[in-house]
Design a protein around this ligand. Structure first.
Ligand code: HEM
Length: 303
């Protein structure tokens, strides 16, 4: 057993022109792995920097960070689907189920926001956060570009504004989320939106370019054309669309109402959007896979 292992190690290093002895001697000196070096909890726990003394601000920061980590897992699975050459049903089902579980983790845990902070504290500490907003989460947008074509992220209002040969830049100017901060008549943008774009616009454009023709929506169309898109896959990817584009937006929007609405009045959000209208899925009409829904399901999106 040990000899076999030595032979394999020698083969491995020799193949790369390396001296096996150097590496084996190195093993003599290398330290054991620790949890703290590998998982980096100390770094992770040093990343919460409240701007006020209100205790619930920590809850707010940590839950946003949890969300960013879960988005990272969703992005990780989505990237693999975009890059894969396989049309194996079990592979696509497995990846789809993982993404759905992550989406449900976000939906089921959003009560940490809706119920886990004092309304009074939230409405104080949030005043020190303008013009920042969860709206400025780049991962949230990058995931959209991995899942679907930009054309599916432009709602009917945006489509009416597009010129006949609109390029990616023009499409990005009319993507649904511009409605949170752009006055389409004058072209003026909120500070939140301007800051967001000046930091991420070039990354957005290069990601859009890179994933044209190989995002998940495009891949689904290919599989369909080859007759390899099964009922099970259809069901799985519809669940993802519903979770990310109806259920999460609804729990998020309800939370905004918990903190920012009372007796019919609504407070301005830190990102400055017309949020009561903007956050509703039926207004945004963000649908990753419109080809998996019937006409009447599409017409009733988010109702
Ligand atoms: C008390 C908790 C929260 C409230 C009251 C809230 C409120 C809002 C509001 C009003 C907007 C609209 C943009 C604006 O005017 O600022 C927004 C956008 C957004 N928020 Fe939150 N939010 C909360 C928690 C979170 C959390 C934990 C995340 C996770 C990262 C998040 C992510 C987002 C995203 C991605 C958008 C853009 C949504 C879209 O374009 O569809 N929010 N939020």
């Amino acid at each position: 057993m040990m000899e076999n292992l030595l032979v394999k190690l020698t083969e491995k290093f020799t193949k790369d022109g390396q001296d096996p002895e150097t590496y084996l001697k190195g093993l003599l000196h290398s330290k054991y792995v620790n949890y703290w070096d590998y998982i980096q909890p100390d770094t992770l726990l040093s990343l919460q920097k409240p701007r006020t003394d209100f205790p619930d601000e920590l809850t707010f920061i940590v839950y946003h960070q949890i969300t960013e980590l879960v988005l990272r897992l969703i992005k990780h699975e989505a990237q693999q689907l975009c890059e894969t050459e396989t049309d194996s049903e079990s592979y696509w089902l497995e990846k789809g189920a993982r993404i759905e579980r992550y989406a449900h983790l976000l939906i089921n845990s959003f009560s940490i926001m809706n119920k886990g902070m004092s309304r009074e504290q939230y409405n104080e500490f949030r005043l020190s956060l303008a013009p920042a907003s969860g709206f400025q989460s780049a991962q949230f947008r990058l995931i959209e570009f991995l899942f679907t074509d930009i054309d599916n992220l432009i709602n009917e209002r945006g489509k009416k504004r597009l010129s006949a040969n609109a390029d990616l830049n023009e499409k990005l100017e009319n993507i649904y989320w511009q409605d949170a901060g752009k006055n389409h008549e004058t072209g003026s943008k909120s500070k939140t939106l301007q800051d967001f774009e000046s930091k991420y616009k070039s990354e957005f454009l290069s990601t859009l370019n890179n994933y044209q023709g190989k995002n998940i929506f495009a891949k689904i169309n290919n599989l369909k054309a080859q007759g390899k898109w099964s009922d099970l896959l259809n069901e799985q990817f519809r669940k993802i669309d519903k979770a990310l584009n109806i259920d999460w937006p609804i729990v998020h929007m309800e939370t905004a109402h918990t903190y920012l609405s009372s007796e019919g009045e609504t407070k301005a959000a830190t990102g400055g959007s017309n949020w009561v209208k903007y956050l509703h899925p039926k207004y945004q009409r963000r649908i990753y896979f419109p080809n998996l829904w019937t006409e009447s399901e599409l017409a009733n999106w988010g109702n």
